[in-house]
Design a binder for this molecule. Structure first.
Ligand SMILES: [Zn+2]
Length: 269
């Protein structure tokens, strides 16, 4: 599978074209430096120096570009790549109400609550990666717990409606998603918290040692902090230091290195 190839940290080391100027930690060994800047617009050109893995990666990014992955129906833009690990879902790009990932599994991590719930589920590739992320945290003496993962269209709808009732629809939409516009429906997102904030989902989590560890290390396991501080205009949501989104190791490290939102990253290809 594509995401497996790109989830391999070693794949990032062979990359020299998307970040020719970078001296980031992840590409110290293998940057061949032979590519001009700005190759993201002509990634279909079979350059002789490109390895097949690189051109496959470029095609993957190209195919998942924000501009190529929606279709309008009755004035609403629906995403056409729901099953991709790079699917971009936000207030302007919706998932079909009927979309349910076909490979949901319970994530192999501790949860902040007891009992079985669909909230424990993620898509297989993301669940496996989350297991590794949590194991890595534990090794560093950091205790994380998973709070909320997969959410169906129907359950997002009831959550949003409840918030809209108490806060009004407009305010509710700054911190909660309309059904179809939640990344939790993709099965690629998990809310993570720790005892230090009583497993709450709050901004102060970003200041805890656990929140800082998560921000520093998520990309090494294929996750990004999806809603960063100061990027509210791009993402449409307030800062959420607890919400991690799986995109694969290569893309996560690239996004971190470039300091971009997923919106801005997928606009480049
Ligand atoms: Zn979330």
């Amino acid at each position: 599978m594509l995401q497996n190839a790109f989830g391999d940290p070693s794949a990032a080391d062979t990359d020299g074209n998307t970040n020719p100027a970078s001296s980031g930690t992840s590409s110290s060994g293998g940057n061949d430096g032979g590519k001009p800047a700005g190759t993201q617009t002509d990634d279909d050109q079979p350059a002789a120096t490109q390895t097949s893995a690189q051109s496959e990666l470029q095609r993957f990014l190209h195919d998942n570009a924000a501009s190529r992955t929606t279709i309008k129906k009755d004035g609403v833009a629906f995403v056409t790549n729901s099953t991709s690990t790079l699917v971009l879902v936000n207030k302007k790009r919706e998932l079909d109400p009927g979309y349910v990932p076909g490979d949901l599994v319970k994530a192999p991590v501790p949860f902040s609550f007891s009992g079985d719930s669909p909230k424990q589920e993620m898509r297989k590739v993301a669940a496996d990666a989350l297991g590794k992320l949590f194991a890595g945290a534990k090794q560093d003496g950091i205790e994380l717990k998973a709070v909320s993962g997969y959410r169906s269209y129907a359950s997002q709808k009831s959550i949003f409606n409840a918030y809209a009732k108490t806060h009004g629809e407009e305010e509710a939409n700054t911190f909660s998603a309309h059904p179809g516009q939640s990344e939790h429906q993709t099965g690629l997102a998990m809310d993570v918290s720790s005892a230090s904030v009583h497993y709450g989902l709050e901004e102060s989590y970003g200041e805890t040692k656990e929140g800082k560890w998560l921000k520093a290390h998520a990309a090494d396991y294929g996750f990004i902090i999806r809603f960063e501080q100061g990027k509210e205009k791009e993402t449409g949501y307030m800062y959420e230091p607890w919400h991690v989104r799986y995109v694969g190791v290569y893309v996560a490290q690239d996004i971190k290195k470039l300091g971009l939102t997923l919106e801005a990253y997928l606009a480049r290809f």
